[in-house]
Ligand binder design. Structure first.
Ligand code: NAD
Length: 263
């Protein structure tokens, strides 16, 4: 393998679910820029089409599709359709997650089910269907989205954090079962990234600034700073990386406080 092309994904078929927004959009663009043909899927048809259009406008190859990750039959149909059209699936990335931000003692059973259904079951649906195809072809890369909340939590995040820790264990389980079949599985753990998901926080200066100051780099991350890591994990440059979580958090999880002692 040459160092010149170890990040390239020419000829590979990549699926990004959640590609209509934020980190998923950046991931789709990053994969396409390395030469992958990208299927951009989202439950919002217009958003998926917009990302595919941006990729094509930049000289890449992309098409848009609609899927709701919580619908296992729809996920199965999407993957089958990709295999029918392209004959393979090399890279699968899943970003969709939701959060109901409130004290865990106030959570209703319905809210719990809603968060778990997208974050865990939806992620499971996509990774297992894609993993099946990859195991049969003897190669592939799965990437799921966890969070710094898989390790550390704050008020109002208990159920979301639980799903993000669960995602890491799902990835480890997939990695150990599919590794012998040539399939790698990894999670990414973003810190605070400027996307539509976090827009309500950005609109509150105290909260926004507190989050900026919390990381070592003292700022929020940008979607493209995560998209690059998605492309790296999909590439041959990451061929010995599996079963792990890569934190893209500006150092958030490396430090334990919001205070610099006098030195
Ligand atoms: N933005 C952050 O600061 C941050 C921090 C830590 C972790 N994360 C994680 O990164 C991932 C991506 O976050 P983001 O900020 O890009 O989110 P986002 O809300 O901007 O984008 C999510 C996309 O997923 C789609 N989607 C939602 N539910 C879906 C479903 N059931 N089926 C198909 N598509 C669905 C939405 O339409 C949207 O386009 C999430 O897993 C999130 O938990 C984000």
């Amino acid at each position: 393998m040459s160092y010149q092309d170890m990040f390239r994904l020419d000829g590979q078929v990549a699926l990004v679910v959640g590609g209509g927004s934020g980190i998923g959009q950046a991931s789709a663009e990053a994969l396409a820029a390395q030469g992958a043909k990208v299927v951009v899927a989202d439950m919002k048809a217009e958003a998926a089409a917009e990302t595919a259009g941006r990729i094509e406008a930049n000289g890449g190859t992309a098409e848009a599709d609609v899927v709701n990750l919580t619908d296992s039959a729809a996920v199965k149909a999407l993957i089958a359709d990709i295999v029918r059209r392209y004959g393979r699936l090399d890279v699968a990335v899943t970003t969709p997650s939701i959060n109901v931000r409130k004290p865990v003692m106030d959570y209703t059973s319905e809210e719990f089910d809603r968060v778990v259904s997208v974050n865990l079951k939806g992620t499971f649906n996509l990774l297992t269907e894609a993993g099946r195809v990859m195991a049969a072809q003897g190669s592939g890369s799965l990437t799921a989205f966890s969070s710094i909340r898989s390790l550390v939590v704050e008020p109002g995040q208990a159920v979301y954090a639980m799903t993000k820790a669960g995602t890491v264990q799902l990835i480890r389980g997939l990695a150990v079962e599919l590794g012998p079949k040539g399939v790698r599985a990894n999670a990414i753990g973003p810190g605070v990234i400027d996307t539509p998901l976090t827009a309500p926080i950005k609109n509150q200066p105290d909260w926004y600034n507190a989050y900026s100051e919390r990381s070592i780099l003292r700022r929020w991350g940008k979607p493209e700073e995560v998209g690059g890591v998605v492309a790296f994990l999909a590439s041959r440059a990451a061929s010995y990386i599996t079963g792990t979580i890569v934190f893209v958090d500006g150092g958030w999880t490396a430090i334990d406080g919001r205070f610099t002692p006098p030195l």
